[in-house]
Design a protein around this ligand. Structure first.
Ligand code: NAP
Length: 335
């Protein structure tokens, strides 16, 4: 029999009146959201912070139509309510979930297909740090760039939430990960996490370094969160038939592309943004992750790299930490 939960009418959530610096984030009282068809209500235990939340707070990344205006793209917690078409037996299950928004709150609604079970003994706070980077890295590096065992990839932002997840997944699937970071200490951390090579981009030309590491062969894929003038340099790192995947444009939204390199090496340029994709697409990714990656989660072989946690009410301080750029791995809000 499913457990009964008392669900209050209101909750504490993090909001902001107008876009601005990290201190615009503040706790406020909101109505507990109601789960619709194929949705569950999660009593949130922890909420992961991602760079897109910072962009949203600064006014550059509005929530897609129909999504909560409360920031937060991933949570962990317990299912305490359900909408139509959802099995009652799920009530009481610990899950982590990918959300289109609404994570920085005591309760959040998630499509049931975007929830994954938190195994017994797995740290529920750490589980909140999995979905956004896992769905993003899987769908971009493993699907769009279809990397396989034996491949070598270049990933920028080696100690970012995304970068640390990419390193961890590459280690599990027999892929050599070369990463770039902005300091020697970040390079050291990336190597400890499991990167095969870490290049300090502040002191070393990564194109030259990749050429040396791969003995001139180049890499099969680049996962790029930098954009701008990195793009032609990334293309120079690619082997024949290489794939370039753009997931962010931190150094510029446009790039000059050497078309001859694309023709000569038969390169593929692609990219994606996860948040606006349909529930159907995200559900498919969740099903694939359940089959391919979740066995590692269940065995405790895939854990997020944690930077630090903050109480929910200190979301502003957590954003300030991310913007300072000194974090390594994931920052998580604990409810
Ligand atoms: N497309 C999608 O669906 C999607 C989904 C999630 C996230 N993202 C994007 O992925 C990126 C990482 O997200 P996150 O949450 O993991 O953020 P994060 O932990 O804050 O990481 C940002 C990383 O970007 C690197 N970086 C920033 N400016 C750089 C530059 N000029 N040159 C080289 N590296 C630079 C930093 O590396 P150093 O500190 O070493 O310089 C840092 O590791 C963000 O840009 C985010 O918007 C995209």
């Amino acid at each position: 029999m499913p457990e009964e939960y008392h669900i209050p009418r209101t909750m504490t959530a993090i909001g902001f009146d107008a876009p601005g610096s990290a201190d615009v984030l503040r706790p406020e009282v909101r109505e507990v959201p109601l789960p619709g068809e194929n949705e569950v209500l999660i009593k949130v235990r922890a909420a992961g912070i991602n760079r897109p939340d910072v962009l949203q707070r600064r006014g550059f990344y509005p929530p897609p139509a129909g999504a909560s205006d409360i920031p937060g793209l991933e949570v962990s917690g317990v299912i305490v309510g359900r909408g139509p078409n959802v099995d009652d037996a799920l009530i009481g299950r610990p899950v982590c979930a990918l959300l289109p928004g609404g994570g920085y709150a005591e309760y959040a609604v998630a499509p049931v297909g975007q929830c994954l079970p938190v195994p017994d003994g797995y740290d529920i706070v750490e589980a909140a740090a999995l979905p956004e980077t896992l769905f993003t890295v899987w769908s971009n590096l493993f699907e769009r760039a279809y990397v396989i065992e034996g491949d070598t990839v270049l990933v920028h932002g080696g100690t970012s939430g995304i970068g640390t997840m990419a390193i961890s997944l590459c280690a599990l699937f027999g892929i050599t990960a070369i990463v770039t970071c902005g300091s020697d200490s970040k390079c050291e951390a990336a190597l400890k996490i499991g990167a095969s090579h870490a290049i300090n981009y502040a002191t070393t030309d990564f194109v030259e370094a990749v050429r040396e590491i791969t003995e001139g062969r180049g890499v099969q894929a680049v996962l790029d969160m930098v954009g701008g003038d990195y793009v032609p340099r990334n293309l120079a790192c690619l082997a024949e038939e290489g794939r370039h995947v753009s997931i962010a444009t931190q150094r510029g939204v446009t790039a000059e592309i050497p078309l001859v390199a694309i023709m000569q090496k038969r390169l593929t340029l692609t990219g994606s943004t996860l948040r606006p994709r349909s529930v159907g697409f995200k559900t498919l990714i969740a099903e694939e992750l359940a089959q391919t990656v979740w066995p590692f989660v269940e065995q405790g072989k895939l854990r997020p790299v944690m930077d630090r946690t903050f109480p929910l009410a200190e979301a502003g301080a957590a954003h300030a930490r991310m913007e300072a750029g000194e974090h390594m791995g994931k920052i998580v809000l604990v409810v």
